[in-house]
Design a protein around this ligand. Structure first.
Ligand SMILES: CC(C)(COP(=O)(O)OP(=O)(O)OC[C@H]1O[C@@H](n2cnc3c(N)ncnc32)[C@H](O)[C@@H]1OP(=O)(O)O)[C@@H](O)C(=O)NCCC(=O)NCCS
Length: 174
């Protein structure tokens, strides 16, 4: 079974293993925990995720953000994050959702299914009528994942496509 689970203390060592096997920045998907010690993960990184999800202790200009791990049965295969609303910088940049799949699990449909599940979560969290995302032009796999999930290309610049998914009529803003 494939499902999303919010970052949590009970799964800490599986989460740690995933985070330390995910690059610090790959195609704009960032991971501040790359290379961290077990101690740093336990006392800084994971508590940071939990606080950020509640909007506590945010850096100036940052918005609340929830980290969801993508699980296939007992294994974490990916990480999806939702920023709860847009600032001007996010609207013109990374948007609401970021994601990455662990290298050995790529090419098996996990990002496609993970983004579908994440969009479902996002409709209950975000304030806007569309999910905003962006993708580097040299990352066709990720663009494909977004288009498969109903995204359209809103505009582009030299480096990126800026995509959006329209809120379905039956997913009203809460
Ligand atoms: C991009 C990424 C999330 C894709 O994850 P994944 O689990 O391998 O994706 P999926 O298997 O669900 O789907 C990939 C799709 O792209 C297609 N694809 C793969 N390489 C492609 C390429 N070079 N050109 C066009 N399409 C490509 C696949 O065929 C598949 O489409 P299909 O289902 O229609 O066959 C993963 O490579 C990753 O984590 N990369 C690093 C972080 C990253 O780039 N994050 C996204 C930032 S926007």
């Amino acid at each position: 079974m494939i499902y999303l689970k919010e970052a949590n203390i009970e799964d800490i060592w599986k989460e740690y293993d995933f985070i330390t096997h995910t690059p610090a920045d790959e195609n704009g998907f960032t991971n501040a925990g790359f290379g961290c010690s077990r101690e740093d993960f336990e006392y800084k990184i994971l508590p940071g995720y939990l606080r950020a999800a509640k909007g506590i202790g945010l850096r100036e200009g940052w918005v609340p953000e929830t980290e969801f791990f993508l699980w296939d049965n007992e294994t974490i295969v990916g990480l999806f994050r939702i920023r709860h609303y847009l600032t001007e910088a996010l609207a013109n940049g990374g948007g609401h959702i970021g994601y990455g799949i662990r290298k050995e699990w790529r090419g098996k449909g996990y990002a496609s299914e993970g983004l579908r599940l994440t969009a479902e979560k996002a409709w209950g969290i975000i304030r806007e009528d569309e999910i905003y995302m962006s993708v580097h032009k040299d990352n066709p796999a990720s663009l494909r994942v977004q288009l498969k999930n109903g995204a359209y290309i809103h505009h582009e610049d030299k480096k990126e496509f800026y995509t959006r998914i329209k809120r379905p009529a039956d997913r009203r803003i809460k």
